[in-house]
Design a protein around this ligand. Structure first.
Ligand SMILES: CC(=O)N[C@H]1[C@@H](OP(=O)(O)O)O[C@H](CO)[C@@H](O)[C@@H]1O
Length: 504
């Protein structure tokens, strides 16, 4: 363990010695904890971090004034579409994706280091359940989709295959996530194929460049953003693990989208056949104000411009056809080749510019009293996972249908959108649609037929409740054998056992 003297000398070099101002009065335990927290902070990096934060704060807030003039939509040749192509083309992409999965060349990587502040929970978002009849959590849905996609690929190619699941956590989420997976027996995945690793934390900084003490014995730290991925991959030799397993293609996604298609064979196949090193799934933006990044070009180079960094005027611009000019909403589903990730960790990461978020950060005042600020007082610096896109040699975007693939859980129920109810409805509406397409009919409690029009996205609870286990169907496939021409009382939970009974 580092001595106080040692840590003090390092902090002096970083210009952050004030972090030890209560050290003398701390009991041995808390003092050791504080020193342990401070020890890993590299003096030069800490100095630079605090300087950058203060400098960024001194500039006028985003968006950059000249951004609008440098922005263009992506050229159509860079964009593929899951729904707008001939079925045989889609099948070709899907087949290629399954083939790569069957060859054990595909992994999924979950970004799960966030704190769920907007959602208002103190535990990792993946442990949240939105009130489905099955009470499954986001983690369970994701685990089951992995199992199903492995099964589908395995059946097609007569092999047993594995899609390893890499999970990037943070100091906040690693402990509870690991415990949750153990308690749930890794949702019947092989624990060797679930690899958790931790992203780094960075101190929150005041507007004048001083790292903030949250308690006398604790620095206010925040995860370094989902772009912390690249440092974390290097810190924990994750790419070496991928190489050992023969993984070539990685589907990176964020935890909160209840409809996420893990290792989506169509997306993977599209990217592989296009020879892409880097890809992003997009949906049509729901409105100019929707808080999603836009995939576009800046100075002719593909990039995501985050919702917090585009001006409302630019977001509202219309294309000649009447739709939004910047319509490609980023759903935080990315494709990377392992080679590209290798270069990202070695070469591109140091070039990524951190983004600034001004936040209310609890602190201790000069007397050591804890203060909960009412106004923003601190800066958190984050890197974004998509900021490596401009380095891609061959970037492609892939447009998918919102109702099939995107319903994020961001907010508490008091918000109008992207909350627990909208996520639950999106999944139930999708499964209702799949069941109708497979020829099912639904009855109410009195035995009367329920309406058979699939409800449009965003229209609340579907007329019949039907939840289909991802272990039974990944994207609506294979349901006819259980459902065609049959009547079911709502609610129907089509899990593996029910499916077996129906088939018999
Ligand atoms: C840094 C980053 O990845 N931001 C993403 C991410 O936003 P958050 O508000 O950070 O959850 O997910 C959005 C989709 O849900 C996507 O549109 C956006 O660009």
């Amino acid at each position: 363990m580092a001595s106080e003297l040692d840590v003090r000398a390092r902090l002096q070099r970083a210009g952050q010695e004030h972090l030890l101002r209560f050290c003398a009065e701390l009991a041995p335990g808390p003092r050791a904890a504080l020193l342990a927290q401070l020890e890993p902070l590299e003096p030069e990096a800490l100095r630079e971090h605090c300087r950058r934060a203060a400098a960024a704060c001194a500039r006028p807030p985003a968006p950059a004034p000249d951004l609008a003039a440098r922005l263009r939509p992506l050229p159509p040749e860079r964009v593929g579409s899951a729904s707008g192509v001939a079925p045989q083309t889609r099948r070709l992409w899907e087949e290629e994706g399954f083939h790569q999965i069957a060859l054990n060349k595909v992994a999924v990587l979950l970004l799960a280091g966030g704190q769920g502040t907007r959602l208002g929970v103190t535990y990792p978002k993946g442990m949240y359940q939105v009130g489905l009849p099955s009470q499954k959590t986001l983690y369970q849905l994701q685990a089951e989709r992995i199992r199903r996609v492995e099964q589908l690929a395995g059946e097609r190619y007569g092999t047993r295959c594995t899609v390893p699941w890499y999970i990037m956590t943070s100091e906040f989420t690693l402990g509870p996530t690991a415990k949750f997976f153990k308690e749930h027996d890794f949702f019947h995945l092989d624990p060797n194929d679930v690899v958790m690793f931790e992203q780094r934390m960075l101190p929150a900084v005041t507007f004048d460049g001083r790292a903030i003490l949250e308690q006398k014995d604790k620095v206010a730290m925040a995860p370094d953003g989902n772009g912390g991925l690249y440092c974390a991959l290097a810190d924990h030799q994750v790419l070496e693990d991928m190489e050992r397993r023969g993984v070539e293609f990685v589907h990176v996604y964020c935890v909160d989208n209840i409809l996420v298609r893990l290792a989506d064979p169509v997306f993977i196949g599209f990217c592989v056949l296009r020879g892409a090193d880097c890809g992003a799934k997009v949906v049509e933006k729901a409105s100019p104000e929707e808080p999603v990044g836009v995939v576009c070009q800046v100075d002719g180079v593909p990039q995501v411009v985050e919702y917090s960094e585009i001006s409302p005027e630019t977001a509202r611009l219309r294309a000649p056809g009447g739709g939004l000019l910047y319509n490609a909403g980023n759903i935080c589903n990315h494709f990377f080749t392992r080679d590209f990730l290798q270069m990202a960790t070695r070469e591109f990461e140091p070039l990524l510019k951190p983004h600034v978020a001004v936040k209310k950060v609890p602190y201790v005042d000069e007397q050591g009293n804890p203060v909960k600020p009412l106004e923003p007082n601190g800066i958190k610096m984050e890197k974004f996972v998509f900021d490596v896109l401009p380095f891609a040699k061959n970037f492609v975007a892939f447009q998918v249908l919102r109702g099939e693939e995107f319903s994020p859980l961001k907010n508490a129920d008091s918000a109008e959108t992207d909350n627990r109810s909208t996520a639950r409805w999106a999944l139930l509406a999708q499964h209702h649609r799949w069941a109708l397409q497979a020829g099912a009919h639904f009855l109410d409690a009195h035995g009367a037929r329920l309406p058979e029009q699939p409800s449009p996205p965003g229209s609340g609870e579907p007329p019949a409740i039907c939840e289909i286990s991802p272990l039974v169907s990944y994207s609506g496939e294979g349901l006819e054998v259980y459902l065609r021409g049959r009547e079911f009382r709502s609610p129907l939970i089509l899990d593996v056992d029910t499916a077996r009974t129906l088939q018999a």
